[in-house]
Ligand binder design. Sequence first.
Ligand code: UDP
Length: 235
Amino acid sequence: MKENFLGVDVCNQTYEQITSSLMNDIEKNKKSFIVAINPEKIMKAQEDVSLKELLNKADYQIPDGIGVIIASMLKGGKIRKRVTGIDMMLALCDAAWKNRKTIFLYGAKPGRADEAKQKLEERFPGLQIVGTLDGYVKDDALIRQTINDANPDIIFVAKGSPTQEYWIVDHMHQLAPKVYQGVGGSFDVISGHIKRAPAGFQRLGLEWFYRLMKEPWRWKRQLLLPKFILKAIKK
Ligand code: UDP
């Protein structure tokens, strides 16, 4: 079920397989944690043991990065399609909508989670988003109480990586939700404040190229991609 790249686990299931096991986890009252994995995180984990442990603590490490697909192909693995954080979130919203599960949105700048809630409710009429909280509230007791009072099945945490993942492992055992996913800037995208690459780029796995054109100063970060692939196949 899992492949390993430079010490970091990545699961090789599809959106459908993951959402259906998550719906099962909710029924069984089992808690699950989903983290998106890309070459940048794997490379960072090489120098940061606690980050590596954190990523491996997740129940589902989704392959959100073309580099992971290439490395899997070259190493004879089975991962052929990206499972992106935002599409995983939308697939879970769809499953929650069909299975009458409830959702909480936690993170991003004040107002963004509410705007994302509105957009999601337009897309999935009747979807139950039972609460929102921005990602800059400091009072931990208030955060826990707000989430537990809303008592959702699923919580999406949008505070950037790895902050959101550390927050999830530190809190999930004291909180009501069963499913925890770290979703980075997804509320900014869903609310329409940040644009994703056009569908064609996404389909071809060229989101990184689109971002390079839009934000050329990121080129140094992107050198990590070939570096990661070389290192992963050498091992
Ligand atoms: N953010 C937050 N609280 C913080 C810092 C950041 O809620 O203390 C939010 C920020 O507003 C943004 C998201 O976290 O919506 C980070 O998005 P980014 O795309 O940087 O995350 P990545 O996908 O790179 O992990």
